[in-house]
Design a protein around this ligand. Sequence first.
Ligand SMILES: Nc1ncnc2c1ncn2[C@@H]1O[C@H](COP(=O)(O)OP(=O)(O)OP(=O)(O)O)[C@@H](O)[C@H]1O
Ligand SMILES: [Mg+2]
Length: 333
Amino acid sequence: MSSDWPRVRLHVVTGKGGTGKSTVAAALALALASEGRNVLLCEVEGRQGVARMFDVDPLPYAETRIATGLRAGDREPGSVYALHIDAESALLEYLKMYYKLGPAGRALDRFGVIEFATTVAPGVRDVLLTGKVFEAVERNSRNKGARQYDAVVLDAPPTGRITQFLNVSESVAGLAKVGPIKNQADTMMTLFRSPRTAVHLVTLLEEMPVQETADGIEDLRRNRLPVGGVVVDQIRPRDLPDEALAAARAASLDRSEIETDLKSAGIDTTDPLLDGLLAEAAEHAERRALEDAQHAVVAGLGVPVYELERVAGGIDLGGLYDLAAELKRQGMA
Ligand SMILES: Nc1ncnc2c1ncn2[C@@H]1O[C@H](COP(=O)(O)OP(=O)(O)OP(=O)(O)O)[C@@H](O)[C@H]1O
Ligand SMILES: [Mg+2]
């Protein structure tokens, strides 16, 4: 199946904390890296989540090949490279490139310049992080020796910060009204606002993250940033028929029928066991009803929706490829 985002070169993955941003970003990178394409997966939050997911050593500030892309179709898959971007390294690289400072850049460290730029002026910190992502997307063949990518995936900050994070022109507005920094920020904004960027939002089928997703979409639109799809992660298996769910909620499941079934499966039943099972069934059905209600809200957001089931026992590398295949099947990659 063809992708819903053929023109997109920069996939930004955001969402409420803990919903599955890093997992989805990694799976999307694998999916995009099928059929000979090379993909760069960037993380900016300094927690080495990518290294943990792919079971490799902590990533340096250098593009490192970490996996073979998803096998799909006739062509050989490409590769996923990863880059851990920290503001200090990005600034040193920037100084080296633009001012030919080389090792002298490090001397600035002693005067507190690096610390000032990366911690005291938080807007600058974000511009350094997004600046490196921008460079990887826009890199061209004139940049000798640098690898070019078919797509870049960014494991981004959470929904509450994403608009500010990408709004680099505004971040530097207080520092520079004109000049190279302002120009650079404006050029970056042109990419972030273009159809070559998509900001995807990850959510669970729970009230808070869904509300945050709806608010996030509105905020992105208000700031003219391109909204991508919503990925609903960790969906509970839908293996019970509606009648059974309704009966479980209404506490009208047939107790003796369940008892007979358990006995025929060779399980000794006791009253406490049956009580426990019925209570659990009611709770499951209740949660499913809440999920269905949130699902309707997500469906009404007016953007493509992708769904990933909760994998029992957690996600290992094989599990990541399974999620990647699912995203590809659903048209996200
Ligand atoms: N579909 C899934 N099935 C099972 N476990 C999942 C699934 N998706 C994510 N997880 C697990 O949920 C946890 C949170 O996921 P992840 O780290 O990707 O979230 P995050 O949004 O990046 O979190 P943070 O805000 O802390 O960066 C992880 O342990 C991850 O393995
Ligand atoms: Mg994460």
